[in-house]
Ligand binder design. Structure first.
Ligand code: ZN
Ligand code: ZN
Length: 296
């Protein structure tokens, strides 16, 4: 039994390590009947129908985009039509658009596209400054002009499987997009629903209450499988867990605010409290989210 435990531990560690890998590999994991994933930084979803394929997210820079395009072609060699969409405008999710072949149809919601136009280049420059590897991966990251944009929902019939592209409001960013695959009931959740990762709002992206409102709509989808972008896949209970965590942190922080506790002190207190209360969540930036709660 010792050996088995050790093997499981090693696998879990391998998964975690993959989640930090900005150079994506061609290995896939099957999530549900029509959905495959490349696990890395970030996780990439590939939805395969009988007529068309949908890729969700590009990886960091065109080299990763090209890797994903190769994997998508291998999974469904007969599908001439390939759609590409992105969970949000950040470079590891959208900075690899240029690596996909001509003819790939880029589709995203208008709010996300607006963020891309306003801050996409700035974010690529910011990320390129983080390391020599990031700089190299992003060196030819030219954004593409979307072929299709939509307001709140676009439905793609891929042949025997339908992908609903959904914009429910701001959360991690303003333009956070979800993909719900039917009949699999698989949710590609981006940053909106993670597997035990403390949420983070990027600049003026969403607010804690808009995030909760988004989660109410997500919960109504009744997902069976959830594939987040920066954590391990899970089942529909991840949606409930995310809601509980944000709701819990929000009510605790608002209570401290009412008592007149300064935001930094509240952050420190709740950081410690939540580390104990949610021991299997790596307590990353509880105080950052507390700041977002205070600011709302
Ligand atoms: Zn992000
Ligand atoms: Zn990300």
């Amino acid at each position: 039994m010792q050996t088995k435990v050790f093997v499981l531990g090693a696998l879990a560690i391998a998964r975690l390590t993959a989640q930090n890998q900005p150079v994506l590999v061609e290995d896939t994991v099957k999530i549900s009947d029509h959905v495959w994933a490349i696990m890395g930084w970030p996780n990439i979803a590939i939805v395969v129908g009988t007529r068309a394929t949908l890729v969700v997210d590009t990886g960091l820079g065109p080299r990763n985009g090209a890797t994903i395009a190769r994997v998508a072609a291998k999974l469904a060699p007969g599908n001439q039509k390939v759609f590409l969409t992105t969970t949000h405008f950040h470079p590891e999710h959208a900075g690899g658009e240029a690596g996909f072949p001509n003819g790939t149809l880029l589709i995203r919601n208008v709010v996300q596209q607006r963020e891309m136009e306003l801050h996409g280049k700035e974010m690529i420059d910011l990320f390129a400054g983080r390391s020599a590897q990031f700089k190299e991966l992003l060196s030819d990251a030219a954004p593409r002009i979307p072929d299709i944009t939509f307001d709140q929902e676009a439905s793609l019939d891929l042949g025997g499987v339908k992908a609903r592209l959904l914009w429910f409001g701001g959360a991690h960013t303003k333009g956070d997009q979800l993909v719900f695959v039917e009949p699999d009931r698989t949710l590609v959740s981006g940053d909106v629903v993670q597997n035990k990762i403390v949420p983070g709002i990027f600049r003026d992206g969403g607010t804690p209450s808009s995030w909760l409102a988004v989660l109410d709509k997500v919960a109504a989808l009744n997902a069976q499988h959830v594939l987040p972008d920066h954590s391990a896949p899970g089942d529909g209970s991840l949606v409930i867990l995310e809601k509980q965590f944000i709701g819990d942190l929000r009510s605790k922080a608002l209570e401290l605010k009412k008592q007149g506790v300064a935001v930094d002190d509240a952050g420190k207190r709740l950081e410690a409290e939540f580390k104990t209360k949610y021991p299997d969540w790596p307590a990353m930036n509880v105080s950052g989210f507390v700041r977002s709660i205070y600011a709302e």
